[in-house]
Design a protein around this ligand. Structure first.
Ligand code: UDP
Length: 405
């Protein structure tokens, strides 16, 4: 660490792509607003600072969401506060020593959690470490990265601040017993590339190797490349053939990317296959429609780019509300069937469908404004927490909550 620099420790995990994207956004946001004044590090506490089998929790996420019944059971089982608090309390004796080691190594001046399973134990350990050293614990903030139906584990009453992205999440936080002054509504933290000015579509397309004229569909499945990407590609190729182009982003799903790269699609459709891309803002700005699962980060990013959205799936429970959010607000459609998705795209790309598509794009861009600069508002507030400890929850009530955890 640089001399005199304040340290911000972001707790994240690679369950999906959203938590990492939010952690990266916060790091980039601090850098953009304050240069080198803060050192921001993100760490997956569960993977790297807990013993077996706890370090397998992030890995088990992919398995669980692939088995919806199991995922739903676990999700609802852990919803009541008394269940998730007592579960994590039971885990605490097995993981606390290593979690404490993380805090010793990072020496944070501020801890920010962007993950629903990283409030109760980390905050408890942080408070215990500080008590041992006879100092005040570093302030602790949660940044909620779900958009609508978020799990109750996000809302721990002991945190100093809980940043939420939407009014729906704010109401949930208050229902879970957080005080109004603890809950701050700014929006989702989206990476600064989405708030920067971008080159015109024509220039982007040339740079990205896309056709300059054909309507373009961006096909993604979150950070993990989930969903029926291949079947959707086939259906679009059958319905639209040479009348459109598709960019298929497979995220960390390397197997899928390899398979698609070796495939030929009906009608000679132009298909660009990509693995995990780090310039999502460019790809979104270069396309006309996105087909994606209902990931919160992807939805907010698409709105910022004024990109109409076709949702083709959602992770049960936590992404369910995102479907209503998109459909009810007129930002796009929900359609699971590859053939019906293809029919919708083909209709939008026909001369009579263009007007509707443009109207949706306008609504998206309008809604995207609330997310475009949310990152910087969050980062400003976080920096204020480092600089002005008086903003914090009074120590007494914070301690009471830690004990309650
Ligand atoms: N993402 C990315 N590159 C990729 C695939 C995904 O940067 O190749 C980003 C995407 O832009 C979004 C995040 O990963 O910010 C996915 O988050 P989301 O909340 O949509 O879904 P999750 O993967 O967390 O379920």
């Amino acid at each position: 660490a640089g001399e005199g620099r304040k340290r911000v420790m972001v707790l994240m995990s690679d369950t999906g792509g959203g938590h990492r994207a939010s952690a990266e956004a916060l790091k980039a946001g601090f850098q953009k607003l304050y240069g080198d004044k803060y050192e921001v590090d993100y760490v997956d506490i569960w993977s790297h600072y807990t013993p077996y089998p706890f370090n397998q929790i992030p890995r088990s996420y992919s398995f669980m969401v692939a088995h919806p019944a199991l995922w739903k059971f676990n999700y609802y089982l852990q919803q009541p506060r008394w269940v998730h608090v007592s579960t994590q309390r039971a885990w605490a004796p097995f993981v606390s020593r290593q979690v404490a080691q993380a805090f010793v190594e990072f020496e944070p001046d501020l801890v920010v959690s962007v993950h629903p399973l990283m409030q109760i134990i980390p905050q408890r350990v942080l408070a215990a470490c500080a008590r041992e050293r006879g100092v005040d614990p570093a302030p602790f903030a949660t940044v909620v990265t779900d958009l609508t139906t978020c799990h109750n584990t996000w809302f721990h009453r002991g945190v100093d601040r809980c940043f939420v992205p939407t009014e729906t999440c704010r109401s949930r936080a208050l229902r879970m017993g957080l005080r109004p002054d603890q809950v701050v509504l700014h929006g989702l933290p989206i990476r600064p590339a989405f708030s920067d000015a971008r080159a015109p579509q024509r220039v982007l397309r040339k740079r990205l190797g896309m056709d300059s004229q054909l309507p373009a569909v961006l096909l993604v499945g979150g950070g993990e490349g989930m969903g029926a990407i291949e079947a959707t590609l086939e259906a679009i190729a059958t319905a639209c053939g040479g009348a459109c182009q598709v960019v298929a982003i497979c995220g960390r799903n390397k197997k899928l990317a390899r398979r698609l790269q070796n495939r030929h699609f009906p009608g000679g459709m132009r298909v660009l296959v990509k693995g995990f891309v780090s310039n999502m803002a460019d790809w979104m700005s270069a396309c006309n429609v996105i087909v994606t699962k209902a990931g919160p980060g992807t939805i907010a990013e698409a709105l910022i780019c004024g990109l109409p959205i076709v949702l083709n799936g959602f992770i049960p429970c936590q992404e369910f509300g995102n479907v209503e959010y998109v459909v009810d607000n007129g930002y796009g459609r929900f359609e699971r069937h590859p053939e019906r998705i293809a029919a919708q795209l083909s209709a939008w790309f026909s001369p009579s469908g263009r007007e509707e598509l443009d109207a949706i794009a306008k609504r998206c861009a309008q809604a995207g404004k609330q997310f475009q600069f949310a990152l910087f508002r969050i980062v400003e507030d976080l920096a204020a927490m480092v600089e002005a400890p008086r903003m914090r929850v009074p120590a007494a009530s914070s301690r009471a909550c830690c004990q309650a955890a």
